[in-house]
Design a protein around this ligand. Structure first.
Ligand SMILES: Nc1ncnc2c1ncn2[C@@H]1O[C@H](COP(=O)(O)OP(=O)(O)OP(=O)(O)O)[C@@H](O)[C@H]1O
Ligand SMILES: O=C(O)c1ccc[n+]([C@@H]2O[C@H](COP(=O)([O-])O)[C@@H](O)[C@H]2O)c1
Length: 200
């Protein structure tokens, strides 16, 4: 195990929530707590990303975003990490491949809000991601239907599990994905940034 990386034993189920977290907010906390429970995960690791490859403008400095995430998300089974910066990966497919090499026997699940499923087919090697790990999608206000009818969802339709089987997701063969409905939370980082006084 590389120094500074979180610990996980073979057999454990670990959800990965990647994001800019610029800044982290209660919506992230809410989906994390729900995902732990609804997908029956042992751990969730937040992967605070060096920067979304599809976004033109870089986010706030990584250390600042990690510190903000640690202030808001405090849970014994949740770890806030800068794994992608540590591993030198930027594309999710590379991050997952590296984690699977580093943690043999750990069952990873990729977590995302429904808005991310809508653009998932534009991610680098997205089908490789779906072949590597099951995917847990959580509903987000305004995005449930666009996600359901997205290109990625259509192409992966046969791999979809019904919501009632969400707890089996981590132990399912791939490709497998499920979209769960939660009490919705309207918060977003962009709305928080838009409310900030200019220059902050
Ligand atoms: N309120 C929410 N409900 C459901 N999913 C959410 C919510 N907020 C964030 N997510 C999900 O959390 C992950 C990380 O989100 P991210 O850091 O991009 O925050 P964001 O609020 O979506 O930011 P931005 O508004 O800048 O796009 C993504 O998969 C996103 O879909
Ligand atoms: O690998 C890709 O091509 C890719 C394209 C867009 C987004 N992602 C990942 O999706 C996660 C959510 O990104 P964001 O910026 O919407 O918070 C984050 O982990 C990004 O690295 C990954």
């Amino acid at each position: 195990m590389r120094a500074g990386l979180p610990v996980a034993r073979p057999g454990m189920t670990v959800g990965l929530l990647g994001g800019s977290f610029d800044p982290a907010h209660e919506g992230h906390v809410h989906i994390t707590e729900e995902a732990l429970r609804r997908f029956g995960l042992d751990r969730i690791w937040w992967l605070v990303s060096p920067g979304n490859p599809l976004k033109a403008h870089g986010p706030a400095p990584l250390a600042e975003r990690i510190a903000g995430a640690r202030r808001i998300m405090q849970h014994p089974r949740v770890e806030i990490t800068g794994i992608e910066a540590q591993l030198g990966t930027r594309m999710t497919a590379d991050t997952i491949a590296a984690l699977q090499r580093l943690y043999p026997g750990v069952r990873f699940v990729w977590l995302m809000g429904a808005d991310n499923l809508v653009q998932f087919d534009r991610w680098d090697r997205w089908q490789e991601i779906a072949a590597r790990v099951p995917i847990g999608v959580v509903a987000r206000p305004g995005w449930r239907m666009p996600a359901r009818f997205s290109r990625a969802a259509r192409l992966m339709w046969r791999a979809r599990l019904p919501g009632l089987r969400a707890r089996q997701l981590a132990r399912s063969g791939t490709p497998a994905w499920v979209m769960i409905n939660l009490p919705l939370n309207k918060l977003s980082s962009s709305a928080i940034r838009a409310r900030r006084p200019k220059g902050n």
